[in-house]
Design a protein around this ligand. Structure first.
Ligand code: ATP
Ligand code: ZN
Length: 697
């Protein structure tokens, strides 16, 4: 740690000045350059590196360079079109780099909008002064008229949650544990307004923005009267480079006082921060799945503690990690036990499918309940977490099943335009024509195997004709804005039956939706991943929570072949706490998180044996080191294993799980062991990466 040295440097008057710079390259830095004067820490500079020119960030002005003076090149250009990155922001990035075991340059530079780190944006033919100058020249600030909005009066529970949050004048982490529809959003909005009135700023993280544009809209309406017109900036990965740069600059320049964003917004260069909110804190989209594999939720807690400000984590189904913190009183729990609109939680019913005659995957109970609701003018949601027409195509005479040639998976049958079908691999993207006869036996009796959202949509349209059926999943929402249009039509009452994947479960406040039907929930029940029941519970609780939000009397029907499973039994009672107690006991017995900490080393190679050999050698290195340094078995190194889907796009994958009950020891091992891995002879033919606190195993 402490590579960044803000103080020492600028006093140094000797020339030339040595400038220490980090770059986004896989080599261990930092790198020293010279310049005619001191350069403030956090400044972006253009330097040459080998034959390339790169944009880097100044982290120190050392008195002496780190290597031979003769080798040190001058900086090419000091970029002054933005303020230097602030010291507290750099400290935050340094923590992330250290914790997730990545070089600082690979954390800091990717966190900036692309034009600020891309050399072509400055040296290209049409760069005219760089991206910031170009943007400022073009910018005509659109004035948004602030609408005075009507905030509902908080109920007692909301009010006391709000008071707890706004009373915190130093770091405190709150777990806002509120049932679905309990009005957590209102608590965030009121708390945010209070913080803004004190002249401070607010960061609000949500799992998804594109799916809930209404949320962005109501946030603007409610907070712009306090934050100022254009006082809200939105940051997420679907923005264009220009939009992202614009929002980022507004945040850095202090024009935007509220930042609403997805996980990447945790790296927003926001100063005078007074509150961080993480909505749906259990959601796995807070975890970045490539590059720097960070958890924005965990980083939010660190940032809050570093800045000494309150942090609010909200959920109806908190992660067991956060729940454990609350149990141990590290976090303060704030409970919202009732729905804000004074309506009841939905009734959850399990339909045991084992002895039933099903119609295209639908039980008679579900069909009848749908009829009743539709007749009553209410909307129905059918939840099935499986897109496509059918999970595979199958030959009835020889048993052949459609498989991907590049991955160890089935290919999924999709209905393409004009009713034609295609086979898609959901892992590598391969698309194939449907064979007219079985490739193995030549028989023409090929049938779809199982059901996806498209097939259910097709069947429901026939069964409930003329009801208006709409499907919302990754396929039906590929075009920009199409998800919003589809959700708008649901809110406008132009849809009777909504079929969807987990996209429909998150955060939507449907006014007229009375019934939720859940198909094929069991698929997640017997996964090898120890977190599968936790995820299943959260998902089903979320989707159930869409029923009866405004009018009450909502109903949820879960079709299952295993009604006795604890997950389902807890769901019918809306008993998150009971589920958590049960699951926590299991985790404790097996010493799994949150009772231990994990890291996952994964390796990819053309040949599975190469990946395993590398992991085996890595394991040995780690075993030797822990024996020598700890002399005990406080760290467990499991055997390397192939991934469940071992080959994807012709690359074989395996992983090594490292586990320890004492986080600092685990961190010490990782720190020691990573630099050795690339020197292992077995490393030559593999790609490897390390993930700290993996969510999926
Ligand atoms: N104090 C209040 N009085 C009346 N209505 C309220 C109040 N607070 C919130 N609401 C309304 O209750 C509904 C549910 O609120 P909200 O969507 O914030 O719940 P939530 O806790 O985020 O739920 P979920 O976790 O299911 O997404 C919304 O329609 C909201 O406008
Ligand atoms: Zn494939």
């Amino acid at each position: 740690m402490a590579e960044i040295e803000p103080e020492a440097s600028l006093k140094n008057t000797a020339t030339p000045h040595w400038i220490r710079v980090i770059l986004d390259i896989p080599l261990t830095g930092p790198f020293d350059y010279r310049w005619t004067s001191a350069v403030p820490v956090g400044t972006r500079v253009i330097v040459s590196f080998g034959r390339r020119k790169l944009i880097g960030i100044v982290i120190a002005n050392p008195e002496q360079p780190g290597y031979d003076v003769k080798l040190i090149k001058p900086i090419e250009q000091v970029l002054e079109d933005t303020e230097p990155l602030s010291l507290d922001w750099l400290r935050f990035a340094e923590f992330a780099a250290d914790y997730y075991q990545r070089p600082l340059g690979e954390v800091v530079l990717p966190a900036l909008p692309a034009p600020l780190r891309r050399i072509a944006a400055y040296h290209g033919k049409r760069s005219s002064g760089g991206p910031v100058a170009r943007l400022d020249a073009r910018k005509t600030l659109k004035r948004v008229d602030s609408v005075v909005s009507t905030a509902p009066i908080l109920n007692k529970e909301q009010q006391s949650a709000l008071e707890a949050v706004t009373a915190a004048t130093s770091f405190k982490c709150f777990l806002l544990f509120g049932v679905t529809g309990s009005g957590k959003t209102e608590v965030y909005l009121h708390a945010a307004a209070d913080i803004l009135k004190r002249g401070l700023r607010v960061l609000l993280l949500v799992p998804e923005i594109n799916l809930t544009p209404q949320f962005e809209q109501s946030l603007r309406q409610r907070l712009e009267p306090v934050a100022g017109p254009n006082g809200v900036a939105v940051l997420h990965s679907a923005l264009s480079d220009g939009e992202r740069l614009n929002a980022w600059l507004r945040v850095q320049r202090g024009e935007a006082r509220v930042v609403l964003g997805t996980r990447l917004a945790i790296f927003a260069p926001i100063s005078d921060l007074g509150l961080i909110v993480v909505d749906e804190e259990h959601d796995s989209s807070y975890k970045q799945q490539d590059g720097l594999r960070y958890s924005a939720r965990d980083l939010a807690v660190w940032r809050g503690s570093d800045l000494n400000i309150p942090v609010v984590l909200g959920s109806a189904t908190p992660s067991l990690e956060s729940w454990a913190h609350a149990e141990q009183k590290h976090y303060q729990r704030l409970d919202l036990t009732e729905r804000a609109r004074a309506v009841t939680l939905p009734t959850v019913r399990l339909v045991d499918t084992r002895r039933l005659k099903m119609d295209h995957g639908l039980s008679p109970h579900l069909i009848q309940a749908m009829r009743d609701r539709l007749e009553n003018g209410e909307q129905v949601l059918i939840f099935l977490n499986r897109r496509g027409y059918a999970p595979a195509l199958h030959c009835n005479s020889c048993g052949w099943v459609s498989k991907c040639s590049r991955c160890t998976t089935f290919t999924v049958l999709h209905r393409a335009a004009a009713g034609r079908h295609q086979l898609h691999c959901h892992h590598c993207g391969l698309q194939q024509r449907v064979p007219s006869s079985c490739p193995d036996c030549g028989d023409q009796d090929m049938q779809p195997m199982g059901r996806g959202t498209q097939r259910i949509e097709e069947h429901l349209s026939q069964l409930f004709s003329p009801a208006r059926v709409v499907r919302i999943d990754a396929d039906s929402t590929r075009k920009k804005g199409s998800a919003q249009a589809l959700f708008d039509s649901v809110h406008a009452g132009e849809v009777d039956i909504l079929v969807g994947t987990q996209m429909v479960a998150k955060g939507h406040d449907f006014a007229n939706l009375g019934l939720v039907g859940v198909l094929n929930a069991d698929a997640m029940l017997f996964s090898q991943d120890f977190r599968a029941p936790e995820r299943l519970f959260a998902q089903l609780m979320q989707v159930s929570g869409r029923a009866g939000r405004h009018t009450g009397h909502g109903e949820v029907i879960i079709q299952t072949g295993y009604p006795d499973q604890p997950v389902y039994q807890a769901l019918i009672k809306h008993d998150y706490a009971g589920f958590a107690r049960f699951t926590m006991r299991e985790r404790k017995a097996a010493l799994l998180p949150p009772f231990s900490h994990q890291a996952l080393l994964s390796a990819e190679a053309d040949d599975l044996n190469l990946a395993i050999a590398f992991l085996e050698a890595s394991r040995q290195t780690a075993v030797d080191w822990t024996q020598e340094n700890f002399g005990d078995n406080r760290i467990t190194l499991y055997d390397p294993v192939p991934l469940r889907i071992v080959r994807v796009d012709n690359v074989c994958r395996a992983q090594l799980l490292i586990e320890g009950t004492h986080r600092p020891s685990l961190q010490a091992l990782l720190k020691h062991f990573l630099p050795h891995l690339s020197t292992l002879p077995e490393a030559r033919k593999v790609h490897w990466q390390l993930e700290v606190d993996p969510l999926e195993i």
